[in-house]
Design a protein around this ligand. Structure first.
Ligand SMILES: Nc1ncnc2c1ncn2[C@@H]1O[C@H](COP(=O)(O)OP(=O)(O)O)[C@@H](O)[C@H]1O
Ligand SMILES: CC(=O)N[C@@H](CCC(=O)OP(=O)(O)O)C(=O)O
Length: 257
């Protein structure tokens, strides 16, 4: 079995198309097992707004006070996770939802507590638990919430969480599913990108906002020897005629070594 980690952005969960699920099923029939990690940024923002709290981001990461963390967990575990699991199940894809912090599956540490509050990065992943679920033919669906060794919950950017899970599992592929076809330049899809090109696009502002943690994680995953790393759209079919449609990250030479 080949392992594929799929990150589903909060921007797309509610808009995932039937064609997207057809692509998932096609890949399953070709021997891929899948772990999903999802975001939920727009849902979190909407609930913060209802609570009269203004979302604050620094370099794409949400400043997370104790009050914000409660809403983050409520929306990720109670809404986004439920919604993705339900959609997978209704397309006959067996799935089980888990909060990343359950059973100390995703162990994390603070990035910069004084500046960002309870925002973390993942240090360790309990791959045994994930593999047990995969062996049963079920797709684990994880929130990106992690927990410190001493038991504090941390809010982790979902792109970064997916990258950590892919590395820990030694996945053959990591896909970032979002609301655009891939990385765009002047409206056109870039079918492949090197690290140098990506960094240049960030510097010139062609890649901005939520696309920054996505491409940065994609490059770090590629460096960790995961052969296939892509950004694809959840609005349409992303796998056709044995080929993936989107932006593929490649080493400078153009091929993965
Ligand atoms: N060069 C780019 N190409 C495509 N999208 C980009 C680019 N730079 C920034 N973006 C923005 O990034 C968004 C995807 O990131 P984000 O909204 O955080 O999605 P997700 O919830 O899937 O993580 C796109 O909808 C687009 O507005
Ligand atoms: C630390 C941090 O920023 N965490 C993110 C977690 C959710 C997420 O990443 O959702 P998307 O994939 O939809 O952006 C947040 O609070 O929005």
């Amino acid at each position: 079995m080949k392992t594929l980690v799929i990150k589903c952005g909060g921007s797309i969960i509610d808009e995932l198309s039937d064609a997207f699920f057809e692509s998932i099923k096609e890949l399953q029939s070709r021997g891929w097992q899948m772990v999903f990690v999802h975001g939920g940024g727009p849902d979190i923002n909407a609930m913060l707004e209802q609570s009269n709290i203004t979302p604050i981001f620094e370099n794409g990461l949400r400043k997370t006070t104790t009050e914000v963390m409660e809403i983050v967990e409520l929306m990720l575990a109670g809404k986004s996770n439920r919604s993705l699991v339900h959609k997978l199940e209704s397309h006959d894809i067996k799935a089980i939802g888990l909060n990343g912090s359950d059973g100390k599956m995703l162990i994390g540490s603070y990035i910069n507590e004084s500046a960002l509050g309870a925002v973390g990065e993942i240090e360790q992943v309990d791959t045994d638990l994930l593999e047990m679920i995969l062996q049963k033919g079920i797709c684990p669906v994880l929130t990106p919430i992690s927990i410190t060794e001493s038991g504090q919950k941390l809010n982790v950017n979902a792109d970064m969480a997916a990258g950590a899970v892919a590395k820990a599992l030694g996945a053959q592929m990591c896909l970032f599913v979002t609301d655009v076809k891939g990385v765009l330049k002047e409206g056109s899809l870039l079918s492949q990108l090197t690290a140098t090109e990506t960094k240049e696009m960030i510097k010139e502002g062609t890649i901005y906002g939520g696309m920054i943690p996505k491409v940065t994680t994609a490059l770090s995953v590629l460096e960790k020897s995961i052969p296939e790393v892509m950004i694809v759209s959840g609005k349409s079919c992303f796998y056709e005629n044995n080929d993936f449609i989107g932006t593929k990250f490649v080493t400078q030479e153009g091929v993965y070594q």
